[in-house]
Design a protein around this ligand. Structure first.
Ligand SMILES: O=C(O)CCC(=O)C(=O)O
Length: 255
């Protein structure tokens, strides 16, 4: 575990992916976005975000007139092999190994976030432990420090104006915080004024643990803020079946 990951609950690895690799991932995002657009034609105008399974991935999308709002594409790699393969990239697996202290994982999350200009998509402050179903029979923190790590690859440069991921440094030290009935975190559990939103270049990677409070606001710029997110769990932690063909596959750091 890097010192920053241990102290802050997140860390940034600069230049993990080359410009050519980023170009391939962007092309895959474009192919998946074209699928989302075609699927959205069947949705009512201005309806709520709707989950549609297509080619083994779950598209959570809405239609606004001629525009498609892509909230997320869950297990996107089922729909586009390039995105699945990068989830097994040794660079990511080595980061997960360093964070979790072992070399084998259940690959739970392989998710595309687009945050295109004007799409208003945002992610309120939360801990990923809630999404992993902490506190239910579906999740056990087998290693006592979260048993999960999430790694986001930036496909665009990220700054204040295009909806950066922001983290509350040190918030992971509180462990899991039971959310309120509406799903929000208790206001006394963190101070948003302390948030850090790392500026990223395309190809940088940011990793964070399941107890690190994080979120992101709307993209108010005229350029996208795409990230590919992969999430790895310690074997034995998860008992939930995730949407997507092949989700939850077992991966190992190559010898
Ligand atoms: O893409 C984002 O800005 C938010 C991602 C996030 O909150 C998550 O993956 O848990």
């Amino acid at each position: 575990m890097t010192p920053d990951y241990a102290r802050l609950g997140f860390d940034v690895v600069r230049g993990a992916f080359s410009a050519a690799e980023v170009a391939d991932l962007r092309a895959a995002f474009d192919r998946v976005a074209a699928m989302a657009k075609a699927l959205a034609q069947a949705l009512p105008d201005d309806g709520p975000p709707t989950a549609c399974m297509h080619r083994g991935a779950q598209f959570v999308i809405a239609r606004a007139g001629l525009n498609t709002r892509i909230h997320r594409v869950v297990w996107c790699g089922a729909a586009d092999r390039t995105l699945l393969d990068v989830g097994a990239d040794p660079r990511l697996l080595n980061l997960a190994a360093e964070a979790l202290g072992h070399r084998e994982f259940d690959h739970l999350i392989n998710q595309a976030h687009y945050k295109l200009p004007g799409d208003t998509v945002q992610f309120p402050w939360h801990q990923d432990s809630v999404h992993r179903r902490y506190g239910t029979p579906m999740w056990t923190d087998v290693d006592g420090s979260g048993s999960y790590v999430q790694v986001a690859i930036a496909l665009d440069s990220v700054a204040a104006e295009n909806g950066p991921l922001a983290f509350i440094p040190g918030s992971h030290l509180q462990g899991h915080i039971p959310p309120r009935e509406d799903g929000s975190l208790p206001p006394d559990s963190f101070d948003p004024a302390t948030a850090i939103a790392p500026t990223l270049s395309a190809g940088d990677v940011v990793l964070f643990g399941p107890y690190t409070i994080h979120g992101s606001g709307a993209n108010t710029s005229d350029r996208p803020r795409r990230v590919l997110i992969n999430g790895y769990a310690s074997p034995g932690a998860n008992r939930r079946v995730y949407p997507g063909d092949g989700a939850g596959r077992r991966l190992r750091v190559p010898d």
